[in-house]
Write a protein that binds this ligand. Structure first.
Ligand SMILES: *Cc1c(COP(=O)(O)O)cnc(C)c1O
Length: 382
């Protein structure tokens, strides 16, 4: 067996990407607009459905930033954000000079806890500052409790900015992730389920919002022969080269979802006989996760003291990448001074959780190598 690095999640080309990129070169559409951008947007709109309008951008972070701007978030406003997430969910709040209010997760999906969310809203309103938006995340591809979260959001009439960066291909009650928020964000970074090398998209419910996002992403240029600006703009549009990669990736997205789910099944199957290890799983049939990353909780009280860090190091020694879960934002040095609502669910998950190699390009050989390391780690003769 080779000792090549097994990555947590690496780019996986389908084969036709280069044709679209070549087309862009041949027609000289080497710019942040062109037929691939339009084609990629159309492919995404068709895929996620719900009459969505998609604007392709330079990153998922850009999509979240423009989402906050379009929702009217300004300096001094408060924005609620799931604490357990990647920092890119929260950073755009700071770009706007707004204040993040962090909220704990629930134990089933590891996403925003509807009870803690309502506590946070009620308390912020009592303090005289009603939150302007709620950022909810589908972590590792697992849909958040959409019914519960949106019921709370609707009750207080606060728009949800849905961070679906990790959840393209996931759905909840047959509705695609990326279509739940007032505005949603997708990411095509190199480690995501499909990639454009780097890129993202904003998803809107109507044409006007999409057009506003595209306008802001192309320097907010007014309709005039000279360069005329009435608003501050951004350079956030996706290039026609990257979009070409995206068009090719869309052809294999469902295949990649199936392969990531197969990796997840491998772990579910492996750990079912190991006391003290649980794999993040769909709570019931309403949930369908793309299983972008397979994640486990290691409880050292039931594994004879072996913890997730021991496991990470054992894998690393064999050139296999794994990584602790996202460190909650309310525990991050940059964010620890901001308000936090909830208990210690996210904190405990971070303490005990590990993400395992999950790529759609992993082979039978890779799975054997992973199993061998785990067998030795758990001292199993198989
Ligand atoms: C990747 C990611 C983002 C940011 O997307 P980029 O395209 O890398 O800017 C935002 N939120 C979450 C949860 C992510 O995983």
């Amino acid at each position: 067996m080779s000792n090549q690095k097994i990555w947590l999640s690496s780019p996986h080309m389908g084969g036709t990407e280069q044709n679209y990129v070549n087309e862009a070169f041949e027609s000289n559409w080497v710019a942040p607009l062109g037929p691939n951008v339009t084609g990629f947007e159309a492919d995404l709109e068709k895929y996620i459905g719900q009459n969505s309008y998609v604007g392709a951008l330079s990153s998922g972070t850009a999509a979240l930033h423009l989402g906050l701007i379009i929702l009217g978030v300004k300096a001094g406003d408060e924005v609620i954000c799931q604490s357990m997430t990647f920092s890119a969910s929260a950073n755009p709040i700071m770009y706007q000079g707004a204040t993040p209010i962090f909220v704990d997760s629930e134990k089933e999906t590891w996403n925003l806890c509807p009870i803690a969310l309502e506590e946070a809203i009620v308390d912020r309103i009592a303090k005289g500052n009603k939150p302007k938006a709620i950022i909810a995340v589908h972590l590792y591809g697992m849909p958040y409790k959409a019914d519960e979260i949106h019921t709370v959001a609707n009750k207080y009439q606060i728009p949800v900015l849905e961070d679906s960066a990790e959840a393209l291909g996931s759905h909840y009650k047959k509705q695609m992730c990326g279509t739940f928020g007032e505005i949603s964000a997708l990411s095509f970074n190199g480690n995501k389920i499909i990639t454009t090398s780097g890129g993202g998209a904003i998803v809107a419910k109507n044409k006007e919002v999409k057009e506003k996002a595209v306008f802001l992403s192309t320097q907010a240029r007014d309709n005039a022969p000279h360069y005329q600006h009435s608003e501050v703009g951004y350079n956030y549009r996706m290039s026609n080269i990257c979009a070409g990669i995206g068009r090719g990736q869309m052809e294999v997205l469902d295949k990649h979802v199936a392969l990531r789910r197969k990796m997840n099944e491998f772990y579910v199957d492996y750990f079912k006989n190991i006391d003290g290890v649980t794999v993040l799983a769909e709570p019931n049939d309403d949930y369908f996760s793309n299983h972008w990353l397979s994640a486990i909780i290691v409880d050292p009280e039931r594994t004879h003291g072996k913890n997730r860090e021991d496991m990470r190091l054992a894998l690393e020694k064999e050139n296999i990448e794994s990584r602790p879960l996202w460190k909650p934002m309310h525990l991050q040095p940059v964010y620890e001074k901001y308000p936090y609502y909830g208990k210690d669910v996210a904190e405990k998950l971070f303490e005990k959780g590990l993400c395992l190699p999950s790529g759609s390009n992993l082979t039978e050989d890779d799975r054997s190598r992973i199993a061998n390391v785990l067998n030795i780690f758990f001292e199993i003769a198989r």
